[in-house]
Every structure is written in C-alpha cells, then in structure tokens.
Design a binder for this molecule. Sequence first.
Ligand code: SF4
Length: 293
Amino acid sequence: MASIQNPELRRAIAERLRYYNELGIYDFYRREGAAQTASVKLVPEVSEPAPDLSARDEMAAKKSAVVSKPRDESIFEVLNPKPEQGVTDPVAALKLIREDLGDCTRCKLHKQGRKQIVFGVGNPRAELMFVGEGPGADEDAQGEPFVGRAGQLLNNMIKAMGIRREDVYIANVVKCRPPGNRTPERDECDTCSPFLMRQIAVIKPKVIVALGAVAAKNLLAINAPMSELRGRFYDFMPSGARSKDPSWQGSKLAVTYHPAFLLRDPRQKGEAWKDLQMVMKYLGLTPPTKQEG
Ligand code: SF4
C-alpha cells in the first residue's frame, strides 16, 4: 500500500482507527480507487505559497505562510464529533476535553513512569498560548506544565512581555513525561497532539508561541532547523476548527527557543527576546517599566 505523506491525513486516519478500535472494530477493508480521491478531498495541500524566508523582523509581523489549513470540514470530524463541539464556554469545553482524555493509555508513555497527565494550565480565553514539547520531572510531579527551572525562565519571559502567567495558556505536545526527559517520539506526538489541537480550537488564541523545535515541527508539520523556523509568523488553524467557528480565522504562530535550551545556552536569550518582541508588537503589548517590573 502506498505510504501516506501528508501528516495531517496520517493523524486523522490514526485518530479514526483508534476510535474504531475503541468500538471493538479491528478489521478494515480498502476499497480500490477510493484512497487517492479521499486524500485529495479530505486534506487539501497547502493552499498558498510560503512567504519569502528573507522577510524577517518587522515585516515578519505582516507577512505569513499558510500551514496545513483545511478548506473543508474533515469527514472525520463529521463522523466523530467531539464532546466539546457546540460548547461555547471555553472553561466547560476544556473540561470536556480533559474528561475525554481520561486516564489516557492511548500511547506508550502511559506505562513509562508518568505520575500524572499534565493537561495544560492558564486562561481559557488567553490571547497568547505557549506550547512546549512535554512535561519534565517537576511538571510530572506537580501536574502543571513549565514549573521547574525552565518554567521559572518562561515566567520571566512572560513577565518581560508585560503580562502574567495567569494571562496566558500553557500546554505541551505530549501530556505525559517521556522517560529520562527524552524527546517524545513521532507516534507519541501523533497520538497526543489531537488533544492539543482541540485545546487550541477552544481557546482560540491570537498568537501561539511554539517553544523549541519539537513543538514547532509538530504544530507546523514542517521539518526545518530552528534558524529557518524562527523570525516570522505562520497562519495556524487546527484541523477541523474553522467550520465550527467561522468567526475565528485561526492563530498566528511564532517559534522561539525552549527555555530549557536557553538555560543551557544563555547567549541565545537575546534572540528569544527578538521573537517575543515580534509577538508583543502583534498583540500591542509593551514591556513593563522598571517600577512595574
Ligand atoms: Fe495519552 Fe498523551 Fe499521555 Fe500518550 S502522552 S498516554 S496520548 S495523554
């Protein structure tokens, strides 16, 4: 069988198969000739050309690329409606997603020493959302993302932007701690990230900041070095979200260094600050004065 190259389609199919498995259905038959038609109809390719990579700095706030933006509602969403669908209160909707996640055993991270699931924290109506790669030891112990040393640095970065941690929403691509803080594996990210997409679709942030390459590559489905990913905005729309809320046109997504990386290489803090300044400009934020800070 030909391999499926489109990561969005692969994710959607994996999610659909898992749904069938949960219903006790394990055998599937492929209708000849159907697969190709479906891939074209269900998950259109990137609909606009990527912008000039040299357009950085101030222009980056105005220019953008379109990434994995579905034109139509996916048939998977129609066949498999989510519990939060139609719930307008984001607090209630996030609660429904958390309940749907349950005591999750969908990927192998559930049996590799996690103490608890780290769902996400913050303002359910946040304009700004930070997404990291996965919980570490402190986060696993406390059940909250970014609470260790890296979390302290993230708090300082947020404060430097003139806002508070409670104003933003913070989550990770995977919600269980990978053993030994290893990088989450592809199948783990693919299995867990649909829940993150649903959180994003509920919160509808104006801007998402992907912290580090793992978060960026998973959100954008782009395999590129940080040097290419940073310094610009992307248009981001979680799969299936548009048709549910025509008033939301999606988020801007920016990429910066993971705070844990900045702790190891503080010389890059200036670069991260440039990324955050781009975000601040877009959101109309000003850094606090000395007295305020
Ligand atoms: Fe479930 Fe995500 Fe934890 Fe895997 S990482 S077990 S998908 S909550």
